[in-house]
Design a protein. Structure first.
Length: 259
């Protein structure tokens, strides 16, 4: 029997990031329900629309398999439901008495630029404790519980930032010619009076970085979302996997799921 793992992330970009870090370790996507182990099938939603909301995305996890593991990567569709999503999954799997059989349960989230990393992590830690989960004192560490528990705060458990910080750092290696042109385009847009009041404020670093990443992704995969580019393109492949901050996230997943 394989080892089973469960990871909750904020959104679809993070799901594809996790996939890109796990694929070099021998993981591939499970596309057909018939190929999914019975253990994780309760995580597949059986009713539509979810919560009666016709505009809401179906919260189907990304299921990944290697020769030794099966891991569900689940989007909480925002950072406000990370802990609730873990708790709901525990309730779902506990109906069959299976949650305690998971090898590891993890959360991956961004570090809000207005909140120190320590404060961001402590809020998650306290919320998890209120649900009966005991996390380590520091982010990026793994508990010895059953299942093992851990939280990684992007980009590196120390700095404020998000996934885009890692994407841009990798872009300096993977797309060195495209990055400056994308930055110049966003800089020009930032100075343009015509977009003010009609979009996000590019003077805010988080939105500025997202715009640069989106510009590169739109060239690599015109008309597609950024998560598609993360899945298909070289953002987190080859030399990019040796970037210290990227490798740290990959090592976290290896320890959490005992890969």
């Amino acid at each position: 029997m394989p080892k089973f793992g469960y990871l909750v992330v904020e959104g679809p970009h993070d799901m594809e990031f996790a996939y890109r870090l796990l694929s070099p370790l021998g993981f591939s996507r499970i596309r057909m329900e018939r190929d999914l182990d019975e253990f994780l099938r309760p995580l597949i939603p059986r009713s539509y629309p979810p919560d009666g909301d016709l505009q809401k995305r179906m919260p189907i996890p990304l299921f990944l398999r290697s020769t030794t593991h099966v891991i569900a990567v689940h989007s909480a569709i925002g950072d406000s439901r990370l802990v609730e999503t873990v708790d709901e999954t525990r309730e779902t799997l506990d109906l069959a008495g299976r949650f305690s059989e998971l090898t590891g349960v993890g959360i991956m989230l961004d570090s809000d630029r207005h909140v120190p990393v320590e404060q961001r992590y402590e809020a998650i830690r306290e919320a998890m404790l209120s649900k009966g989960f005991s996390l380590p004192v520091t982010p990026g560490s793994i508990s010895g519980n059953t299942p093992r528990l851990g939280v990684f705060v992007l980009p590196d458990n120390q700095s404020t930032g998000n996934l885009e910080d890692l994407l841009l750092e990798c872009a300096t290696l993977q797309y060195p010619d495209l990055l400056p042109t994308a930055r110049a385009h966003v800089d020009a847009a930032k100075a343009c009076d015509g977009i003010r009041g009609d979009g996000e404020d590019l003077s805010k670093l988080a939105y500025y970085n997202k715009a640069i990443v989106g510009t590169i992704a739109s060239v690599l995969r015109p008309g597609k979302a950024v998560q598609t580019s993360i899945q298909d393109n070289r953002w987190f492949q080859d030399d990019a996997l040796s970037v210290e901050k990227v490798r740290a996230v990959q090592q976290f997943l290896e320890m959490l799921f005992e890969i």
